[in-house]
Design a protein. Sequence first.
Lengths: 207, 352
Amino acid sequence: MIQTLAFYLFASLVIGSAVMVIMARNPVHSVLWLILAFFNAAGLMVLVGAEFIAMLLVIVYVGAVAVLFLFVVMMLNIDFAEMRAGFIKNFPLGILVALILFLELFVGLVAYGAGGIQLGTPDGSAAARMGQSNIEAVGALLYGKYVFLFEVAGIILLVAMIGAIVLTHRQRPKGARGHQDIGKQIRRRPDDATVMKQPNIGKGVEL
Amino acid sequence: MTEFFQSLGMSYEWAWFVATVSGVLLIALPLMLAVAMVIYVDRKVLGAIMMRRGPNVVGPFGLLQSFADGLKVFLQETIIPSAANKGIFLLAPIITFTVALAAWAVIPFDEGVLVSDINVGLLYILAISSLGVYGVVMSGWASNSKYPFFSAMRAAAQMISYEVSIGFILVCIVLWSKSFNMSDIVLAQKGHGLGFVNGFYFNPLLFPMFVVFFISALAETARAPFDLTEAESELVAGYQTEYSSMSFALFWLGEYANILLMCSLCTILFFGGWLPPVDWEPLYAVPGIIWFLLKTFMFFFMFSWIWATVPRYRYDQLMRLGWKVFLPMSLVFVALISGYLMATGHFTGAST
């Protein structure tokens, strides 16, 4: 009863906010609706008992990816009129993509309903193990069975990260404007920067 | 609590509903009271350090000052700038406040005294605290004003930077306590230091992590010396500049609720939560919640103390500290701690 209510609450909010993502006129509003959709999807994950995935969804997508997304959209000054102008031109293409997506969904649902696909491994080892929390199950698989794939994925991400740093990093030569030596800044003492002068009355100070 | 309401003759659904709502109220209302008192404590401590009296007019010793302020703010007019994006402008303080309260759902005040004892408690805290940045970013953007927007940019970059090292520190704690559950983390600290000190802070490998966590907590809550988001000499009042009356008060309350949350996290993760400081039988006669609150307020005192004594960081120094000092340090400690635990057979017998 409670689960059913919660499910319909989360599900309708996901669909509603997903619709609003494309209906909203302001791109910042779109991103905020998208965040709401992510958040409610996490709620659905909790309902099916995948609390670990739900928390990761919130931490990674809502907490990091969407923040950057929101930033980019806020900083760019997007011209709405120009965006609308392309609507009619791209309309047939959009319809085509939507049709293909719908067909795929339809075929998938029919195939699933016919019972023709076996999800997971045939011996049922992918089924949830009782008495084991989500995190332990995911960890055992990730660091046991799929450790090689996991490490490869990590290395690919590392390479991408280093690539981004190399592309944007700019070494400032010593002494150039903007170059900072943090050690020098910390070592600086009041005596290096200030002098005490006691000028006579009527006399100026020479610096 | 559900069973108690069921025994009163309610159906399971109603009993669950009433139990949840009363549990939330039992945490949220005392928390609001605590926030009001903590603002008073903050001002008193600041006054004492600056050799002033602090608030001393409203009520005995000025104890009711926060309530007077609250009443004043409540009766003021809410001003919405005409150029602001109204919906988001009003939503931002509500989000800040709600998120600050939501994280308290998994904080154990005593053994079994918490709203929801979930397996992924620590991840939940991390998830909720990463949501806190939205209130700030939304208010900065919706105000449609220069200073709030600068402040929002600073806040977002700052919170994301320090969350990374906080994440790694949490990994160390999880490795040592073998659980993400907050209650289990507290119980794992029983007699941890030399067999009689309750708390991870006594561990030479975890003590540096505690120091890093405490400083990151200051940065995460945008507290002095890292309060660059509301640096009054540069940004007026930061993201709150355009806010007035209740919407301003919600930011204020949310901020202090977050500070208290970080203090209680320090307590739970490193100082043994509701356990007494040392594992000595007579000390367990004192209720656990007393120990918990004492430790939390000790950390809050340290927060105010630091506010009064340390000058504000420059923004590039803040970023350097987060990315070039804390991140490598916490990464090295994750490797050190996991290596040490593997070498000493900490995980033998754990489920694989």
